[in-house]
Write a new protein. Structure first.
Length: 136
């Protein structure tokens, strides 16, 4: 693996560790100001650090103990792909669904493009159907 690829993998890993530690400021520091977020369930991409933070705060409020475990990493040059397992407890309202107290576990496949040492773009394909099955 090239030094550039290794640095990009490290960037994404550190961002995940910060997310698990509930340090959203550290996550945002690793994002380009105009980061583009493609979510599989949305028709249009979301743009910008503030928009990214809104989404992160939404899920962290509903699942305060949410953690992301990296199961697999594939990377080449400016691209990093992850297979993740996400776990947490539904402790507050989430997208109109009242807290259930249920533990959840679901998978996500995420792809990142890194530019100038920051995450510039991400594509997130989470098993949201599986998540909603567990909290309904």
């Amino acid at each position: 693996m090239s030094a550039e690829t290794e640095a990009n993998v490290d960037l994404v890993r550190v961002a995940r560790e910060a997310f698990n530690a509930n340090d959203l400021d550290a996550c945002v520091e690793r994002l380009a100001p105009d980061v583009i977020q493609h979510l599989s369930e949305l028709r249009e991409p979301r743009v910008g650090r503030d928009t990214w933070r809104e989404g992160a705060e939404l899920i962290k409020k509903a699942f305060p103990d949410l953690t992301v475990e990296i199961d697999d990493v594939v990377a080449e040059r400016d691209r990093v792909a992850l297979r993740l397992t996400i776990r947490g407890t539904h402790q507050s309202e989430f997208l109109g669904i009242a807290a259930t107290g249920r533990s959840v576990s679901y998978v996500s496949h995420e792809f990142y493009r890194v530019a100038d040492g920051l995450i510039a773009e991400e594509w997130i394909c989470s098993d949201t159907a599986g998540l909603f099955e567990q909290i309904r």
